[in-house]
Write a protein that binds this ligand. Structure first.
Ligand code: URA
Length: 256
């Protein structure tokens, strides 16, 4: 090894960092911030190098801007573009990708998750990685697959830091885009996975109480369900998830 560390010492150091809460490797080599401070540009230099400041008028209501931009979108591509141009959600600055959707628009089922995690942020697609694999298995158990049968999105299109849940203010800000997304994708039913999507669509949280019962919102039948992440953490809840999946299957049957 170039650093002179043997494999086991390097692994022990890495494990120690993971235990302290490190979730991501940002650089190959550590940055000595004390050394950087000595080389900080003088005020004049910094002024010259500073990027142009984008001034956002203080009296602008981001929710109103979101409503106007969402309403103006006439199709899913223009909605995606509008999201990319929306500058009021701070999460955008820390995200690698805008996570818009996966599956086929026009599918009968539209699943709304909470927010992208690390894998989704990397790939720019919702529900990938371990969570996505479990979700695909759940759908397959009732004969559905993402694509022709299921279209997926999230309440937030950008990853919150450290996978923290979406804040109420962020949900309110991005809600107009979500509602327009549903209007344009035209599913028959909505499945809400997680508390943030219940808050965005139903105005209520409490997934363990809400799950498994049909609600009505945005002109559609809505089923709150346990999130695959919850099932990965608490596999004993799979029995309830199975009951909810059977409810969904029954709703989609031609007799209903
Ligand atoms: N959790 C979500 O709610 N959405 C994703 O896309 C991934 C994990």
């Amino acid at each position: 090894m170039e650093s002179g560390l043997d494999y086991w010492s390097a692994k022990a150091l890495l494990d120690w960092q993971v235990e302290l809460g490190a979730t991501e490797a940002i650089c190959d080599a550590p940055v000595d911030r004390y050394a950087l401070a000595d080389r900080a540009p003088k005020a004049k230099e910094a002024q010259k190098a500073a990027p142009p400041v984008v001034v956002k008028p203080a009296d602008v209501d981001p929710v109103q801007v979101a409503q106007q931009m969402a309403r103006a979108a006439t199709g899913l591509p223009s909605l995606r573009e509008a999201l990319g141009a929306f500058e009021y959600c701070e999460l955008k600055k820390g995200a690698r990708n805008l996570v818009f959707s996966d599956g086929q628009a026009g599918a009968r089922v539209m699943i709304i998750g909470d927010a992208p995690g690390r894998d989704e942020d990397r790939e720019g697609r919702p529900f990938v990685g371990r969570t996505g694999v479990l979700l695909d298995k759940m759908l397959a158990a009732i004969g559905l697959s993402r694509g022709p049968d299921v279209y997926l999105t999230n309440v937030l299109p950008w990853r919150p830091p450290q996978n923290s849940g979406p804040l109420t203010a962020e949900i309110a800000m991005m809600r107009p885009f979500l509602q327009r997304h549903v209007e344009l994708a035209k599913p028959d039913v909505l499945v809400l996975m997680g508390n943030a999507s219940c808050e965005a669509v139903l105005g209520r949280r409490g997934i363990t109480r809400l799950r498994g019962k049909w609600e009505q919102a945005w002109g559609k039948p809505v089923m709150p369900m346990l999130h695959p992440d919850d099932l990965l953490r608490q596999p004993q809840q799979k029995r309830q998830a199975w009951a909810d999946l059977l409810e969904l299957k029954a709703k989609l049957s031609p007799l209903n």
